[in-house]
Design a protein around this ligand. Structure first.
Ligand code: ADP
Ligand code: MG
Length: 730
């Protein structure tokens, strides 16, 4: 019996019938596995507590003695929870999270054995870094990398069954100081944004001393039966199906969206949500998505660094908990052809330490002007650096969404809705008119009056815009479901920081020339509206007209990763990241190289699995069935029947044969194309070759013939679980 048939049989077995127990009230378990400041208060001395609290605010470094105190306090807390091991937890560029476990247990010089966790172990560790991607950085400089404690993100405990591990969030850097992870640059970009945004805020409010970026991600994912997933080598190794004919019923009825959640998935969700709550991840929403077997989870937004950690943690937790339910979570951007892929909308805004959301339209003329300032600066930043935003979300997986016929398109544009378009237009039309005292009316733009309608109108219902204003935040929708949001957020925060810095300089220049502050601000806003107008688009992002129009407007439309990544190492990018102390040129070059290599490996693995599946699964099934047909035909023939009696069998036989020949030939040619690509030295050229000469030249073509065979062959012989089974059976 094939794994496929077995998995289908197993589906109805009792092991899949989970009890849905009553869950505890969320607030009673929320954050119980996190070393929050409140917990720190109980376990730390006054001095250690103050030092920790100050460093969380980014105010000052923690000295060694206090680090020892803090480490002791964290261990004491962790031990009350039965923790025996600790790990530095970090986000390497390979994409997942990494840990290296060490025991508290140690033996002192005099032979006594004790549990210990000192400041040094808290602050710094040296994982065996040689196997993490570094883009040559470590080779060039220093062979080692180390992880360093990031006090801005609290320590937490991961529970796996009864095993509990204390995790210390860290950044991962080389000994010469280059970042080797996603987190370090994000922290730097947040700092750049903080400085630039505080300066601009101070035009309006001197009390603002800190600005943070806020992020609320919406994570899309698929859940399928684990047994079925295990019978698909492509899912196991690539995270997506390389073959599979469309089922008779796909998502055309759209009856899945907001439908009731299937019970087995519901049991899983409650379980993984409970684990997330203990880890302090403020999940809020769960629902079905458009495609069958597709779902979404979203938390309440948080400061961007914490939100990124929480998203990474949640992806891990989901994967683990799903196994307990004999389910498999698919985070790939496009696990199934023909139905929607998965994204991770990044809802982004900026918040001040005075409690103001800078992208929330104000209630007075003055706060309106502050809103307009940040709103227009964001649009300007996206306009000026759309190529970098595109690069920040480029991956082999995301290429199946962006640039394919799916939302959102690879063209980065901004949706702001009718109302705000009118507001901007009104300001713009005064381009040549000088602002004077009377014109201060414009400052009184009574935006707040329409806010309730505005919020409704502004929700971009067609969801085709990659960057949409949704009432009090922007929503960057082009991020891939499996991505670490840090990459996109680092770029976004940096480009906003840069734009705000320039804005401040330009306003100051006008003020120095004697212009009134508000008028000066209006002038620069007006200028930015004019300059960034081409990036504004409220229509249907899928349409052909938009593609043509975008071309006229000179908006970049780069469909594939190897080319989209070019923007990372342009002169403009290098200047930008260096000026904001986010990446050195060297780090950019290294990252560019790493992303290209990731792309190459992904396509390479897919190409191999494709050959594997074709030769070991597809062709054998086709040939078996062909033999059966032959036997049948020969039997009928020898019984003396005329050819008309087995005409259909002959047709099927010949169709089978055509597909078999083509598949075999193409798979061989694919292997050859890979060999050619493999010897290309230049990483960028190699990635392009993998894209065009390997993927584009063969994948769809081979798939076409395999999917045809799926329709022709006896169902019993087909070893790979079919789409209808993976998507609809649970
Ligand atoms: P939807 O986009 O589905 O209509 P919401 O607008 O309520 O849902 O929120 C989507 C996400 O946006 C949530 O994760 C929410 O926490 C987040 N969000 C709301 N306000 C902000 C903000 N000021 N900054 C960042 N994210 C926010
Ligand atoms: Mg949303």
């Amino acid at each position: 019996m094939s794994l496929r048939i077995n998995a289908i049989k197993e589906l109805t077995s009792d092991k899949n019938k989970m009890n849905i127990s009553a869950s505890p009230k969320t607030s009673t378990i929320f954050g119980e596995n996190v070393f929050t400041l409140k917990t720190a208060r109980q376990f730390l001395s006054d001095e250690a507590y103050k030092s920790l609290a100050a460093s969380i605010k980014g105010a000052k470094k923690i000295d060694r003695t206090l680090a020892n105190h803090i480490a002791n306090g964290i261990r004491a807390w962790a031990e009350t929870k039965g923790v025996t091991h600790f790990t530095h937890w970090f986000q390497p560029l390979s994409g997942s999270t990494a840990e290296k476990h060490d025991s508290f247990f140690t033996i002192k010089n005099d032979g006594t054995s004790i549990e210990e966790f000192d400041g040094a172990a808290l602050i710094q560790q040296e994982p065996d870094a040689s196997s993490f991607p570094s883009g040559g950085l470590r080779a060039t400089f220093e062979a080692r990398g180390y992880t360093a404690w990031d006090p801005s993100s609290p320590a937490f405990i991961i529970e796996i069954g009864n095993g509990k591990t204390l995790c210390i969030p860290t950044i991962f850097v080389s000994y010469t100081g280059e970042s080797l992870d996603y987190k370090a640059p994000l922290l730097k970009a947040s700092e750049a944004l903080n400085k630039a945004a505080v300066d601009v805020c101070n035009f309006f409010d001197k009390n603002v001393t800190k600005v943070v970026a806020t992020l609320g991600w919406e994570q899309e994912y698929f859940v399928i039966d684990e047994g079925l997933s295990n019978a698909r080598p492509d899912l196991i190794q690539c995270g997506r199906t390389l073959f599979g004919a469309s089922p008779a019923k796909g998502q055309q009825l759209e009856d899945n969206y907001f439908g009731s959640i299937p019970e087995r998935v519901y049991a899983f969700m409650r379980d993984f949500e409970a684990e997330c709550y203990k880890l302090g991840i403020p999940l809020r929403t769960r629902h079905n998505e458009v495609a069958p077997a597709q779902f979404e989870a979203a938390p309440i937004f948080e400061e961007v660094g914490i939100a990124v950690d929480h998203n990474c943690l949640m992806m891990d937790v989901m994967d683990r908990v799903a196994r307990r339910h004999n389910l498999k979570v698919l985070l790939h951007e496009k696990p199934f052809a023909g139905i929607n892929g998965s994204g991770k909308h990044n809802n982004w805004s900026m918040a001040t330490d005075t409690g103001v959301n800078l992208l929330s339209p104000g209630k007075t003329p003055k706060t309106n002007l502050m809103f307009l300032t940040f709103f227009v600066n964001t649009i300007k930043a996206v306009h000026d650096y759309s190529d970098l935003l595109r690069a920040s979300i480029a991956s082999a997986g995301n290429d199946h969404r962006l640039g394919a016929n799916e939302a959102p398109p690879a063209i980065i544009s901004v949706f702001i809705g009718q109302y705000l378009s009118n507001v901007l237009h009104e300001i713009e039309t005064r381009v040549n008119a000088k602002f004077d005292e009377q014109d201060e009316a414009i400052l009184k733009l009574d935006i707040h009056r329409s806010i309730p309608e505005l919020l409704l109108d502004n929700t971009d219902r067609n969801r085709t815009s990659p960057f949409a204003f949704t009432g009090n935040k922007f929503e960057f929708r082009a991020v891939g479901s499996s991505a670490n949001c840090a990459n996109a957020m680092t770029v976004l925060n940096t480009i906003i920081a840069e734009t705000l810095k320039t804005f401040k300089t330009e306003v100051d220049e006008l003020i120095e020339k004697g212009e009134k502050k508000e008028i000066a601000i209006m002038h620069i806003i007006q200028k930015y509206i004019v300059e960034s107008k081409p990036v504004l688009f409220d229509g249907d992002g899928y349409s052909q007209e938009w593609h043509k129009e975008a071309e006229k407007r000179n908006l970049p439309n780069v469909r594939t990763t190897p080319l989209a990544l070019d923007a990372m190492i342009s002169l403009k990018a290098k200047k930008l990241f260096e000026a904001n102390n986010v990446y050195s040129n060297l780090e950019l070059e290294a990252r560019h190289e790493i992303e290209l290599e990731k792309y190459i490996k992904k396509v390479q693995i897919e190409a191999r699995i494709m050959g594997d599946l074709a030769l070991n699964h597809i062709l054998p099934a086709a040939i078996k069935y062909q033999n059966e047909l032959l036997q049948n035909i020969n039997g009928l023939k020898s019984a003396g029947l005329k050819e008309t009696a087995y005409k259909s069998q002959l047709t099927i036989l010949s169709k089978l044969n055509d597909h078999i020949q083509i598949i075999y030939e193409k798979v061989n040619a694919l292997v050859e194309a890979r060999k050619v690509a493999n010897v290309i030295d230049d990483t960028r050229k190699k990635a392009i070759a993998y894209n065009t000469e390997v993927k584009d030249a063969f994948f769809n073509d081979i798939r076409y013939h395999v999917d045809k065979l799926e329709h022709l062959i006896d169902d019993e012989y087909w070893t790979l679980p079919k789409y209808r089974e993976m998507l609809f059976l649970r």
